[in-house]
Design a protein around this ligand. Structure first.
Ligand code: FAD
Ligand code: SIN
Length: 530
């Protein structure tokens, strides 16, 4: 039995922008434990390039940012949530400045860049590596806090609920999580009165993704298994411009390259093809529009990639705005000041996730969630560029404030059962994990990608069913490893994505299907109930 060995007031699963924002606020009054899979900076936050959207320019307004967000989201966004987040953006940026994030400046103003779907310059950034600076500042503050304990290399397996209480209550109340200590191989029970899920997205369910290795949808799958609703999982965002390179598979070329004047060109004819798809907004149309246009060019002309070209701008301007991308490309033999960059779309962001409210609460008592693992209502059918980090800051803070406000009413933790590994052995068939992982990612890319059909979705559903039996059998017999935990969660997320895609009989935002090309008059969320 475990009652206090690993007990803190609040458990946070994830050390990215959402998790650390919540931790820093909670730590003003409570003892907080933050767990991360792998290193503390291994989530998407550290990889963010473009920046953070916020209305800071005198010519810009909240109303414009709200409208741009709703247009990108194809009306599926929740207006109250959009207003809630966007009106809090300037305060979130102030807080990051206080934490020492060295945002680019023009004299005494923050420099604002531009990205697709935004009607104004409103992206605050640190060169072209904003996430790295944000992650570092948040981690430094967390490391300096006496009330925060950071434990990397802990891979959470499942949430602890009433089913795991020593005196079985069977309730859906969440009491923390079981986590594999990746260094010792032991499974630890981390018990807490409040748990915040901040575990990021599920991008790695696709063969080509800009997301880091650990983006396997663990939090979404754990919350679903524990009984929480998830919604809009079919809304998977594909970023239009990922470097096409046979060795380096996931180097994002920030949208700000198009924002600062980059053109998309047919690689053989040099035709600026966005003129044919969205003549008004061209390269600055929302991501779903640009990604579909590139996908169409690639399929129609049998291309491997298209060109993104900013070499018509002065070399110093390009190097000054994109120093990191410039260096990375140069190391691969591409000089973006002199010629075009070969690019393809790749999965980039999980718009769907665990259903949360403005207070970041989920359906399950004791469980809050923030960031990319959630469906808060902000993004709707397609996320507007650079609204994601913003969502993490706003809902990380909202979760903390709600927990602090309710703290005195939260029940004391019960005694929970230790993880039982008595009936499992060591795997002698690791190849099964690799095989299944590769198979899922490949058919998700081919059958559940940018353009869908019902037949392809049904093919994917069939394979998911077969693999599910194999994976559960494996999970039931062998000791858990991070690879196995991730495979089980990837499979669960694939199932949720395909089920949601089959349920939506229209094309809207990121969900585009040849069988239902029209958009319904009324926008409805796809809500799955466990
Ligand atoms: P993450 O930062 O992904 O952190 C997840 C955390 O959860 C990690 O600490 C991870 O270790 C932990 N975790 C996961 N599973 C487990 C588990 N089972 N057990 C324990 N811990 C676990 N958005 C913008 O707004 N602007 C941008 O410019 C931008 N650029 C981007 C560029 C790239 C290449 C990518 C991939 C994304 C970009 N995004 C951008 C999106 C944005 O970075 C993410 O949506 C955001 O950082 C997510 O933050 P998060 O805190 O929700 O999760
Ligand atoms: C980018 O820099 O293009 C990514 C921005 C985002 O994902 O919001």
């Amino acid at each position: 039995m475990s009652d206090s060995a690993h007990q803190y007031d609040v458990l946070i699963i994830g050390s990215g922008a959402a998790g650390l924002t919540a931790a820093l606020s909670l730590a003003t009054k409570l003892k907080v434990l933050v767990l991360a899979k792998g290193k503390l900076n291994s989530g998407s936050t550290a990889w963010a390039q473009g920046g953070i959207a916020a209305v800071l320019d005198t010519g810009d307004t909240f109303a414009d940012h709200i409208r741009d967000t709703m247009v990108a989201g194809a009306g599926l966004n929740d207006l109250e949530t959009v207003e809630f987040v966007i009106s809090r953006a300037p305060a979130a940026i102030d807080r990051l400045c206080e934490l020492g994030v060295p945002f680019n400046r023009d004299a005494d103003h923050l420099h604002l860049t531009r990205e697709g779907g935004h009607s104004h310059r409103r992206i605050v950034h640190v060169d072209d590596a904003t996430g790295w600076a944000v992650q570092a500042a948040l981690l430094k503050a967390a490391e300096e806090s006496a009330n925060i304990t950071l434990l990397p290399h802990r891979s959470c397996i499942d949430l602890i609920t009433g089913h795991h209480e020593a005196r079985y209550s069977g309730s859906g109340r969440v009491w923390g999580a079981y986590a594999l200590n990746e260094e010792t191989g032991e499974v630890e029970a981390h018990v807490a009165r409040a748990t915040v899920l901040a575990s990021g997205g599920a991008g790695r369910v696709y063969q080509f993704s800009t997301a880091p290795r650990g983006a396997t949808g663990d939090g979404i799958a754990m919350a679903w298994r524990a009984g929480a609703r998830v919604s809009n999982m079919e809304m998977m965002q594909f970023h239009p411009t990922c470097l096409y390179n046979l060795e380096v598979k996931n180097l994002l070329i920030t949208e700000a390259v198009r924002g600062e004047g980059g053109h998309l060109l047919h690689p053989e004819t040099g035709h600026r093809f966005m003129t044919d798809y969205d003549p008004e907004r061209m390269e600055l149309a929302p991501r779903d529009v640009v990604a579909r246009a590139i996908d169409d060019q690639i399929k129609r002309f049998g291309l491997d990639y298209v060109h993104l070209d900013i070499s018509h701008m002065p070399a110093d301007f390009v190097k000054g705005h994109f120093p990191n991308i410039y260096e990375k490309l140069l190391a691969l033999g591409i000089d973006m000041t002199k010629g075009p960059i070969p690019v393809v779309p790749a999965q980039h962001y999980t718009c769907g996730g665990v259903v949360t409210g403005l207070d970041a609460r989920t359906d399950l008592p004791g469980l809050w969630a923030a960031g990319e693992c959630t469906e808060s209502g902000l993004h709707g059918a397609n996320r507007l560029a650079s609204n994601s980090l913003l969502e993490c800051f706003v809902f990380g803070e909202a979760a903390a404030q709600d927990i602090l406000a309710r703290w005195d009413t939260l029940e004391a933790t019960p005694t929970v059962r230790e993880w039982d590994a008595s009936r499992v052995g060591d795997s002698d068939e690791e190849v099964v994990i690799k095989q299944n992982w590769t198979e899922i990612r490949r058919f998700m890319w081919n059958y559940v990608g940018i353009v869908r059909t019902t037949k392809r979705l049904e093919r994917a559903a069939h394979r998911i069913k077969l693999l599910g039996e194999e994976i559960e059998d494996y999970y039931g017999h062998f000791r858990v490893t991070t690879d196995l935990i991730e495979l089980r969660n990837l499979h669960q997320c694939a199932e949720l994505i395909v089920r949601s895609a089959l349920a939506r009989h229209e094309s809207r935002g990121l969900h585009y299907t040849l069988d239902y090309p029209e958009t319904d008059a009324v926008a409805r969320d796809t809500v799955l109930v466990p």
